[in-house]
Design a protein around this ligand. Structure first.
Ligand SMILES: [Zn+2]
Length: 225
């Protein structure tokens, strides 16, 4: 018999037995199921977490449980930019040294963190909470676009920077917002394409992202009028 075939068969048998995971406790099994709902966590990793937690002191577990509960009960979304915050207004919006007339539009809070890490941006943000994606059933009304339009039409805004991922969904969302605010005559720009086409913003390195925000280009240049 072909030895590679033999090892493959043995391996798949091992995976099958392992994946059945006859856990001798319903409580542990339920905890494993809960951990396995987290992104990128399979059942085996979930079991490893649970077995690790079983060895911890009760005080440490209480600290973890409290931190998780606080996420849902105490975290707020900034009423000005939709960033996560501990108060009604996030630290960035509350900072008088930031340029509140310069608004950087991003998909989610990970992008705020990525741009903040570059130390190159002194304006404020607007977090959309996603991108327009008809394939996934996400339309403009599912995002914080109206909040952005209201904000820029009521306040003195000098420039809006589109810093969305360079994907088809990102381009669609940029263009939708641009059309909504075009009549207001506000300067619009987008990151220079040091951020490669198809890249998710949060995964761009700090130097590339920092340069992209400094060398941003007028949004009108990105499409044929
Ligand atoms: Zn804010």
């Amino acid at each position: 018999m072909d030895s590679s075939f033999f090892f493959r068969a043995l391996f798949s048998q091992f995976i099958y037995l392992y994946s059945r995971m006859n856990i001798p406790s319903k409580i542990v099994e339920q905890a494993v199921e809960e951990f396995a709902t987290l992104p990128s966590i399979g059942k085996r990793s979930a079991l490893r977490f649970v077995l690790h937690l079983l060895k911890q002191d009760p005080e440490d577990l209480e600290g973890l449980a409290t931190a998780i509960l606080k996420l849902k009960n105490d975290i707020k979304y900034c009423k000005q930019c939709q960033n996560i915050a501990d108060k009604e207004v996030c630290e960035i919006c509350a900072n008088p040294n930031r340029d509140h007339s310069l608004i950087c539009v991003v998909e989610d809070v990970r992008d705020v963190m990525a741009i903040e890490n570059t130390l190159q941006f002194k304006g404020v943000y607007h977090v959309l909470g996603g991108l327009i994606s008809p394939m996934d059933g996400i339309g403009p009304n599912d995002l914080k676009i109206e909040e952005l339009v209201t904000k820029v039409s009521q306040n003195k805004t000098s420039e809006i920077i589109f810093a969305l991922s360079t994907t088809m969904e990102g381009d669609t969302t940029n263009f939708y917002i641009y059309k909504k605010i075009e009549s207001l005559g506000i300067k619009t720009s987008m990151l220079s394409r040091g951020v490669s086409v198809g890249d998710e913003l949060a995964y761009a390195d700090e130097l590339t992202l920092g340069n992209s925000i400094l060398n941003r280009t007028p949004f009108e240049m990105s499409f044929q009028k």
